[in-house]
Design a protein around this ligand. Structure first.
Ligand SMILES: Nc1ncnc2c1ncn2[C@@H]1O[C@H](COP(=O)(O)OP(=O)(O)OP(=O)(O)O)[C@@H](O)[C@H]1O
Ligand SMILES: [Mg+2]
Length: 266
């Protein structure tokens, strides 16, 4: 037991001048529900992108399901499912067509695809929408379809980047029921990022990331005990501070530029 399924050592990713991921190390255990918290721009998506082999690290190493992300990207991809932060469905296709296409990319036989598509649609309660064009779906339905797609090839590890952002409380609850069910029944390891503290609270362990580094990592209860506070939100503010992030500051800057430009026009 306690087998390690994701192993990250001194991992870094630099973009011209930005240390998006700055020498992080952590492990995720098999079957664990592991959460990443962090302010905007902390480096969460960049870390997930490296673990999913969509980006090559600048230095350090990461192994997923026993395969190195740089040396064996195909083996890594076969064992993982990804639900991206940004929507990535083909809106012109039906739910069935989106799933079928994904199944083809993963070389699932046509016979297996037929049964698996019904299984995953059933898991997320979308069977009645099987032949509807995705463009006509609500945000929550699209998110559920993305989760179904991530599960199509029966991955051992599921990466979810902000799976419930922008959804109503009912849909969030619905999606969480699926995630917990999956983790329990299918023994899938779940690695997710979130800005919702109640979601982080459900995770077995939580890593808090800021400025490309992991500033703390433990169970929600141990984190609260360590900082002697009653909520994860307070832990979060304790370790990441109360200042708004660069992106926000840049936003203000451009707003200032906008107002100056408008005054010139007067
Ligand atoms: N392709 C890229 N080129 C240049 N810089 C990038 C690129 N991708 C990310 N960055 C930068 O790397 C940093 C980390 O970004 P990342 O998307 O990983 O943050 P995040 O923690 O996922 O934030 P959010 O909570 O807003 O989704 C940011 O400063 C971002 O601007
Ligand atoms: Mg992100």
């Amino acid at each position: 037991m306690n087998e390690i399924t994701i192993s990250v050592k001194n991992l870094s990713k630099h973009f011209s001048g930005v240390r998006a991921v700055d020498g992080i190390s952590f492990d995720v255990k098999k079957g664990e529900l592991f959460g990443f918290l962090g302010p905007n721009g902390a480096g969460k998506t960049t870390t997930i992108n490296i673990l999913c082999t969509l980006m090559v690290p600048t230095s350090g190493r990461a192994d997923v399901n026993g395969f190195n992300v740089t040396d064996s990207p195909t083996d890594v991809r076969k064992s993982i499912g990804i639900i991206f932060q940004d929507p990535s469905l083909d809106e012109r296709l039906t739910a069935y067509e989106n799933l079928n296409f994904h199944g083809m990319i993963y070389h699932i036989t046509s016979r297996r695809r037929k049964t698996r598509i019904d299984e995953v649609l059933n898991m997320v309660g979308l069977c009645p929408k099987r032949d509807s064009v995705v463009r006509t779906f609500s945000g929550g339905m699209k998110r559920r379809l993305e989760i179904a797609r991530g599960l199509m090839h029966s991955p051992k590890i599921l990466f979810l980047d902000e799976p419930t952002t922008g959804l109503d409380p009912q849909t969030r609850q619905y999606i969480w029921d699926y995630i917990l069910n999956l983790a329990r029944k299918e023994k899938i390891t779940v690695f997710l990022t979130t800005h919702y503290m109640d979601e982080a609270e459900i995770c077995q362990r939580v890593g808090i990331m800021d400025h490309g580094k992991i500033v703390d990592l433990d169970t929600p209860d141990s984190l609260k005990n360590k900082y002697n506070v009653s909520s994860l939100n307070e832990v979060f503010l304790n370790v990441t501070g109360r200042g708004i992030r660069e992106e926000e500051a840049n936003g203000k800057e451009s707003l200032g530029t906008f107002f100056r430009a408008r005054q010139k026009l007067r």
